[in-house]
Design a protein around this ligand. Structure first.
Ligand code: AMP
Length: 421
C-alpha cells in the first residue's frame, strides 16, 4: 500500500519555509491590527449562492473554478474562492449596516480554494490575509486601504523598488451602460474574436480586458476604457484618492485596463505586483464594491472597500528578491541531560522555561551527550542547558552559549533571568 499523495495544487508548507510563511501572514495581520481592523473568522464554506451572486456570474471563478459540492442534506455548498463575499454576508446577517458606528473595519486570514491550472504562483489552495471597511463612501478610506496594503507588503519585507501599485477607476455601475455599448461596438468591429472572449463578453463585456487569449492584449490596447467614461463624481473621487496616496509617497501606476477578475468592483480598483514572479505577478489586489451588499440581497446600498494579499505568492516574491526575513531558531534553549535517569529533571526544566516564555526543547531516545549537542545546534537554540548528576546535586544548571562556547553554572531558579532572553 502506498501513502496517498497530497492533492494537486494544494501545497504543504513545512519548516523552515513555513516560518517564513507565518512571518508574512503575521506582518499582514499586524498592519491591519495597527490600523484598527479587527479580526473576524468566517467559515471556509458558504452556500454556493453567496459566491455565485457575490463574485459574479461572468467571472472565471464562478464559471469554472469553484469547488462546489452537495452535502448530505442536499444543499449546494462551495469552498470559499475569495474572502469578501463571505465576510460581507456575515456582516449583513449580523445587521452591521443598521448598528451604527460606521465604517466597520475588519480583517481576516485563511485558506481559499480555486480549481485553477496549477503553475508557479498559482495553486488550488492558497492563503490570503484581507481587510474590509464597510459603510463609508469617503475617498480617504480608499486611500487608507490602498496604503495599508502597500505598508503590509513592505512590513513583510518586500522593497519599494520591486513593487508596483496599479490603479484604475471603474466608476459606478450606473455609469456603465453607454460605455459598455461603446466597448461592445468596438469588439463587434473585430473579426474573429476568440470564442472564449465572445462567451465572456455576453455576460460582462469588461471581462474582455482580462482575457489571456493570444492576440487579445493587442486588440484591447485600442479599446475604449471605462476610466474615460465615468461620472464627474466618480472621477473626482478617484482624483482625491490618487492625491492622498501620492502625498503618502505610494508610487501609483495608472492602468486603465485593470478590471480585476471579480464582477463586484466599483470606482477604485487596484493591484499590487511584485517583480520576479513571472506571469503570476500579483501579490494582492482589491477595490471598492458599493453594489455588493445589494447583489447579496440587502435592501439598501451599503458601500465597502477592501483588499486581499496572497501569503504564498508574497513568500515567493521575497525568495525571488533574496529578501526572506532572517528567522529565529526553532527554539531559544535546549536541555541536554547526561543520563536518561534525568529525563524527568530535563522535562521539568524545559517546562519551567516554557512557562517563563522561553522556547525550549530537549532530547529524547537516550542519545549520547554529543548527539544531544548536535540536536541543540540543529534546533537553532542559542543556549544548551546541561543537567548531570553534579548539577542536580548542586541545584544548578550548566548554561552553554552555543555561539561563543562559553559556559557557566547558574542556580536552577535563576536560569531564566541569566539567559536574558
Ligand atoms: P484575487 O482575489 O484574485 O484578487 O487574489 C488576491 C491575491 O491572492 C492575489 O494577488 C494572489 O496573491 C493570491 N491568489 C489568488 N489566487 C491565487 C492562486 N490560485 N494561487 C496562489 N495565490 C493566489
Amino acid at each position: 500500500m502506498q501513502v496517498p499523495e497530497g492533492v494537486k495544487g494544494a501545497p504543504d508548507w513545512l519548516p523552515p519555509e513555513a516560518r517564513v510563511f507565518d512571518a508574512v501572514e503575521a506582518a499582514f495581520l499586524a498592519t491591519a491590527r495597527l490600523a484598527g481592523y479587527e479580526r473576524v473568522r468566517v467559515p471556509v464554506f458558504e452556500q454556493t449562492e453567496v459566491f455565485a451572486r457575490g463574485v459574479g456570474a461572468s467571472t472565471d471563478i464562478v464559471q469554472k473554478e469553484m469547488y462546489t459540492f452537495t452535502d448530505k442534506g442536499g444543499r449546494s455548498l462551495t469552498l470559499r474562492p475569495e474572502g469578501t463575499a463571505g465576510v460581507l454576508r456575515a456582516a449583513l446577517e449580523a445587521g452591521v449596516p443598521r448598528a451604527g458606528a460606521l465604517p466597520v473595519k475588519w480583517s481576516y486570514a485563511g485558506e481559499f480554494f480555486r480549481q485553477e491550472r496549477p503553475q508557479a504562483g498559482r495553486q488550488r489552495q492558497f492563503s490570503q490575509v484581507g481587510i474590509e471597511a464597510f459603510g463609508s463612501d469617503d475617498p480617504a478610506l480608499d486611500a487608507e486601504v490602498v496604503l495599508l496594503g502597500w505598508e503590509a507588503l513592505l512590513r513583510a519585507g518586500l522593497e519599494r523598488d520591486v513593487l508596483t501599485v496599479r490603479m484604475n477607476t471603474l466608476g459606478d455601475r450606473t455609469d456603465r451602460g453607454p460605455y459598455l455599448e461603446r466597448l461592445n461596438a468596438y469588439l463587434d468591429g473585430i473579426a474573429g474574436l476568440p470564442a472564449e472572449v465572445e462567451e465572456r463578453r455576453r455576460l460582462n463585456p469588461l471581462r474582455a480586458f482580462d482575457s489571456k487569449a493570444p492576440g487579445m492584449a493587442a486588440i484591447m490596447a485600442d479599446a475604449p476604457v471605462l476610466a474615460d467614461h465615468v461620472s464627474d463624481d466618480a472621477k473626482h473621487h478617484h482624483e482625491t484618492v490618487v492625491t492622498l496616496l501620492e502625498a503618502e509617497g505610494v508610487p501609483l501606476t495608472h492602468d486603465p485596463h485593470l478590471v480585476r477578475g471579480l464582477d463586484y468592483y466599483t470606482r477604485t480598483a487596484f493591484e499590487y505586483q511584485a517583480a520576479g514572479l513571472g506571469a503570476q505577478n500579483a501579490v494582492g489586489g482589491g477595490g471598492r464594491y458599493d453594489g455588493l451588499a445589494e447583489d447579496l440581497g440587502w435592501p439598501e446600498r451599503f458601500p465597502g472597500i477592501g483588499w486581499a494579499l496572497g501569503v504564498d505568492r508574497t513568500v515567493l516574491a521575497l525568495r525571488s528578491a533574496g529578501a526572506e526575513p532572517p528567522l529565529p531558531g526553532r527554539v531559544a534553549a535546549f536541555v541536554v541531560a547526561t543520563d536518561t535517569a534525568l529525563r524527568g529533571a530535563a522535562l521539568a526544566l524545559a517546562t519551567a522555561l516554557r512557562r517563563a516564555g522561553v522556547a525550549t526543547d530537549f532530547a529524547c531516545d537516550g542519545r549520547s551527550v554529543k548527539a544531544q549537542f548536535k540536536a541543540a545546534d540543529r534546533s537553532g537554540a542559542r543556549y544548551a542547558l546541561v543537567l548531570g548528576p553534579a548539577e542536580i546535586d548542586r541545584g544548578v544548571v550548566t548554561v552553554k552559549d552555543l555561539g561563543s562556547g562559553e559556559q557557566r553554572a547558574v542556580a536552577r531558579d535563576a536560569v531564566v533571568d541569566a539567559l536574558g532572553l
